[in-house]
Design a binder for this molecule. Structure first.
Ligand code: XMP
Length: 479
């Protein structure tokens, strides 16, 4: 008799509710992405050319998640996008743009135009001796004047290691825009700006690293990581995702070993769909495992190749193995509603990755299209013909000049407006799920695992039924 294992998808199951002694809003959704990187929302945006470029990565990290910049971009363009995310928010800028005593006002004007920076510390060697801003130069008609004749020397500064409180106090008291930081010898060690202080205040949930900048990742492949990673690291990229459709393969294991040998950077390996794949990625050195072969809304891998594992079981089995090594699992693809996020985490994931749910947002790079009077955004698989033509074929083990045999489609999704309110729907839906399960933390939900299998009648009963929907809900729609 043929032996066929039974595996489950998100729609095959529900979580059984339990007693809770807290309100859903009190549940903490903080989670570990990889190594020492923590997120304040367990949601990552997919490395797809209609989902994540710098605008998406900034908007998502400001709300606690993280974006992975796709790689249908040249290594230079991709690194530049990472740089834009890293520069968006700082605590102390460790290498600020500076001028040297002896340079001219014309030099300063040029530096300001080239870098877009409007206030520069003035150095004598490495010693801070002044600061020059647009305001200092406003009435200066002689561009050959030396910086030291125009700069402000009566400096408000921080010495040693400032805290947010001491810095805020100085900004409030002195109405300055830039606050240089020096060591005891007067050497410049950093710069704090008022706009960064304000952004930190306005985005208390932001996912930030030790340097106070937004967390961001970038996709690489076994064929291009040696070229991309040095550029990405130079811009401060926090992690790379070895982005392949078949992570349980020799070339991926070798690439992970190569990354670990050559670079000091966290690496997410994937994609796999079972414990064996997870174990091999861990042995090769992955800091997190990405799970999902064919569950994505634009994927046709399962139909074209006849392979795959329903996503809930794939996450569960991979997480069972990864948990023994304290390696986080990212559930990638197939998330349709916030309830699927709760299920993915209850199956053992630490984070989820989404493409479809974010592709319709204003911050996604896909083009807007009008169809039958409504606004949509373009959303396509990285294995679709259009994306392959722009470089992503090696994700699907295709060579550059191969005739494309796609594993994804090109389509459109409804325009959804800005990320912030939409993400709030997803995170609050997850917190509701945590409340129903009596789990106060992501760690508790990860070990909850009280699933019940439902029938097609159970799924029908779960959805809105026997009614015409007259008012669209922001967190529920049916295609
Ligand atoms: P969702 O369901 O969020 O899934 O749209 C996004 C994930 O799907 C994967 N992906 C693909 N898989 N063919 C595939 O088999 C494709 O063309 C394709 N493009 C993206 C990817 O893992 C992504 O995060």
């Amino acid at each position: 008799m043929i032996q066929v294992e039974e595996k489950y998808s998100y729609d095959d199951v529900l979580l059984i509710p339990s007693y809770a002694d807290f309100l859903p809003g009190e549940a903490s959704v903080k989670t570990r992405l990889a190594g020492d990187i923590w997120l304040n929302a367990p949601i990552i945006s997919a490395a797809m050319d209609t989902v994540t470029e710098y605008q998406m990565a900034i908007a998502l990290a400001l709300e606690g998640g993280a974006g992975v910049i796709h790689r249908n971009l040249s290594p230079e363009e991709q690194a530049q996008q990472v740089g834009r995310v890293k520069r968006y928010l700082n605590w102390i800028i460790s290498s600020p743009v500076v001028v040297q005593k002896g340079q001219t006002v014309a030099d300063v004007e040029k530096i300001m135009t080239d870098t877009g920076v409007t206030g520069l510390p003035v150095l004598d060697g490495t010693i801070l001796c002044g600061i020059i801003t647009n305001r200092d130069m406003r009435f200066c008609s002689d561009l050959s004047q030396k910086v030291e004749d125009v700069m402000t020397t009566n400096l408000i500064l921080e010495r040693g290691t400032p805290t947010v409180e001491t810095a805020r106090d100085k900004f409030d008291k002195h109405r300055i825009e830039k606050l240089p930081v020096v060591d005891n010898g007067g050497h410049l060690t950093g710069l704090i700006t008022v706009s960064d202080m304000e952004k930190h205040k306005n985005f208390p949930m932001a996912a930030i690293d030790d340097s106070g900048s937004l967390v961001v990742g970038a996709a690489v492949s076994p064929n291009d990581y040696m070229q991309r990673i040095p550029l990405l690291k130079a811009k401060g990229c926090n992690f790379v995702v070895l982005d392949t459709a078949h992570g349980n393969s020799l070339s991926v294991m070798q690439a992970i070993e190569g990354i670990k040998k050559n670079f000091d950077i966290l690496v997410v390996g994937g994609n796999v769909s079972d414990g064996d794949g997870a174990r091999r990625l861990i042995d090769a050195g992955s800091d997190a495992i990405k799970v999902g072969v064919g569950p994505g809304s634009i994927c046709t891998t399962r139909i074209v190749a006849g392979i795959g594992v329903p996503q809930l079981s794939a996450v569960y089995e991979s997480a069972e193995v990864a948990q023994k090594f304290d390696i986080p699992v990212i559930a990638d693809g197939g998330i349709k509603y916030s309830g699927d996020i709760t299920k993915a985490i209850a199956a053992g994931a630490s984070c989820i990755m989404v493409g479809n749910l974010f592709a319709g947002l204003k911050e996604a790079p896909g083009k807007e299209v009008i169809f039958e009077g409504r606004i949509f955004k373009q959303y396509r698989g990285m294995g679709s013909i259009g994306a392959i033509k722009e470089g992503s074929g090696d994700r699907y083990q295709m060579k550059k000049d191969d005739e494309p045999v796609p594993e994804g489609i090109e389509g459109r999704v409804p325009f959804k407006g800005e990320l912030k309110p939409y993400l709030n729907q997803l995170v609050t839906g997850l917190q509701k799920g945590m409340g129903y399960c009596g789990c106060r933390t992501i760690e508790q939900l990860r070990s909850y695992k009280k699933f019940v299998k439902i029938s097609s009648a159970g799924l029908r009963e779960s959805h809105a039924h026997d009614v015409n929907i007259t008012q669209e809900a922001p967190n529920y729609s049916r295609y």
